[in-house]
Design a protein around this ligand. Structure first.
Ligand SMILES: NC(=O)C1=CN([C@@H]2O[C@H](COP(=O)(O)OP(=O)(O)OC[C@H]3O[C@@H](n4cnc5c(N)ncnc54)[C@H](O)[C@@H]3O)[C@@H](O)[C@H]2O)C=CC1
Ligand SMILES: O=C(O)C(=O)COP(=O)(O)O
Length: 391
């Protein structure tokens, strides 16, 4: 039996894939083999030794200590693209709502009951204070052209916007999906200088932390609206307040409110709703659960952030999986360890991603318990190996 524990509200569609499988306990009392999570911060979490994999039902993995997990032999998955449409729709909604002053106007209209029969007259007298502008013909900058950025860029074109985008690392897949009418910015400063709206769709990493900062604000077109549905830390809050005060930034729409940002003027706070649709929560939960179960049952890896995709059809005899550093002679040492056990290799695969690699070897028969323990011990003692499983 395998145990999967969960954090956060994971959609029932995903949970039932575990509950209805007799080989699994969901949130059992024993040590977990796998963890399903959304946004819970796991940086201070003590991972039990039993944990072999974590699946993030969503895109951003900045809440998970990836390097620590990798060193402990834990594979970390996410669900690329599974919530992209939900985020895109909320970004488009906020593009329009912010340029029409919708939230402040609605907030004001909700207070009018005391005017009784005069409500209509009060409305007509005051509505001039909420005059907005149309997004058609305005310039939108999209920073990051991954699953979400491409959808936003293409649909903004369809709404009549002029779109310029910046992503020096765009994938071939994303480039195929992007409309040819999206203009390419060669440097992020072009986005600051030219755009009426900028929307951020990049992951939070050491390199992107405070990507939008005092120097960006200095280059910005006056009155720009910034939409941040990626992560709060991408914007330097120590200089944002002044940029909002001076009107350099006209509005800051953020899915990540905190006390500091909430105290600033012209901030539109959204309570982290980007991925909160029934459809997106189901997509993410089902995808994350399937990836996690596949890894636990067969060793096959799809959509891990710390290892490459590695897939071999599972024959069901015996499979050896080894997670190890991407250094010379690892496969040689693993096969040498196997040679002491009179077993033939039926199939094998080795793939690497940056400094880490993963090797799967299918054996032509099932080893005894004693042989399995001996083989595991031998391979675990190889320098650079962090996880060994026999499935
Ligand atoms: N508000 C919410 O509920 C949600 C927020 N997110 C956030 O949005 C982020 C993006 O999500 P996806 O589009 O699904 O990810 P993705 O991985 O498909 O795309 C990210 C893109 O950013 C690009 N990129 C990385 N560094 C860059 C840089 N310095 N400048 C320009 N481009 C850069 C990459 O090349 C990639 O194309 C996630 O990492 C997460 O933090 C994602 C889903 C829901
Ligand atoms: O997928 C992401 O990166 C998100 O930010 C969504 O977070 P959530 O799963 O709604 O807590």
């Amino acid at each position: 039996m395998l145990t999967i524990n969960t954090f956060n509200a994971i959609s029932q569609r995903g949970l039932s894939l575990i509950e209805e499988d007799l080989n699994y306990y969901l949130n059992g009392s024993g040590d977990p083999d796998g963890i399903l999570v959304r946004s819970k911060n796991l940086h201070d979490f003590e991972f039990p030794e039993s944990v072999k994999a974590i699946a993030r039902a969503g895109a951003g993995v900045n809440n998970i200590p990836i390097d620590e997990c990798t060193e402990k032999g834990i594979v970390v998955f996410n669900t690329p693209g599974a919530n992209a449409n939900a985020v895109k729709e909320l970004v488009l909604a906020n593009l329009i709502a912010s340029s029409r002053n919708l939230f402040s106007a609605v907030g004001w209209a909700q207070t009018l009951q005391e005017h009784g029969d005069d409500v209509a007259a009060v409305v007509e007298a005051k509505k001039k204070e909420f005059v907005g502008s149309e997004i058609k013909g305005k310039k939108l900058g999209v920073v990051g052209l991954g699953a979400i950025g491409v959808l936003v860029a293409n649909d903004a074109l369809a709404l009549g916007m002029d779109v310029v985008a910046y992503d020096p690392f765009i994938s071939v897949d994303a480039a195929w999906r992007l409309s040819r009418d999206v203009n390419r910015a060669m440097h992020i400063d072009e986005v600051w200088a030219e755009c009426d709206f900028v929307t951020l769709h990049i992951p939070l990493t050491d390199k992107t932390n405070r990507l939008v900062n005092g120097s960006s604000f200095n280059k910005m077109k006056e009155g720009m609206t910034i939409l941040n549905f990626s992560r709060g830390e991408l914007v330097d809050e120590s200089t944002l307040g002044q940029a909002l005060e001076s009107g350099t930034v006209g509005k800051y729409v953020t899915d990540f409110p905190n006390p500091r940002v909430l105290s600033m003027k012209n901030v539109v706070p959204v309570p982290h709703l980007g991925a909160s649709t029934v459809e997106s929560e189901e997509n993410c939960a089902v995808m994350a659960t399937k990836q996690l179960k596949t890894y636990l049952e067969t060793g096959n890896i799809k959509h891990a952030v710390n290892l490459p995709d590695v897939e071999l059809p599972y024959s069901g005899k015996m499979r050896l999986t080894v997670m190890h550093k991407n250094i010379p002679n690892m496969v040689g040492q693993i096969t040498t360890a196997l040679s002491g056990f009179a077993v033939n290799i039926a199939d094998m695969i080795n793939r690497s991603k940056a400094t880490w690699a993963y090797t799967m070897i299918d054996l032509d028969h099932v080893l005894t318990e004693e042989e399995q323990a001996g083989l595991k011990q031998k391979i675990e003692s190889i320098e650079g190996v962090v996880s060994v499983r026999l499935i």
